[in-house]
Design a protein around this ligand. Structure first.
Ligand code: ZN
Length: 107
């Protein structure tokens, strides 16, 4: 059973300094929460896997499916990976989860 991700986990999980290796942390985090990569981790690490980027995306989507209402999981504009508050209407990143935002209201 997947372990729950709660709102108090919002913020940066893996900073952008990890670069291409952020995916390895993302994949490991997803596996720890019940994601099945359907393959063995290569000896040199996930970044060595032929379909690394596809797996990274799948892992990210898996984590995203566990995010509480009003949050998304992914990379922000700085390239930091984590869980971020979003506007529930348009998905724009916001300071706090909210039902609509300046973009919605402007649009
Ligand atoms: Zn909005």
């Amino acid at each position: 059973m997947a372990s729950k991700i709660t709102a108090n986990m919002a913020g940066c999980w893996f900073d952008s300094a990890s670069g291409i290796y952020t995916g390895e942390a993302v994949i490991d985090e997803a596996i720890a929460r019940g994601f099945d990569p359907q393959t063995e981790c290569p000896e040199a690490g996930w970044a060595d896997y032929e379909y690394y980027h596809e797996l990274w995306t799948e892992a990210e989507e898996f984590l995203g499916s566990l995010a509480p209402d009003g949050y998304c999981i992914g990379s922000n504009e700085n390239g930091d990976f984590g869980m971020w508050a979003v506007c529930k209407s348009c998905g724009e990143y916001t300071e706090e989860p909210q039902d609509d935002c300046e973009f919605c209201r402007a649009g």
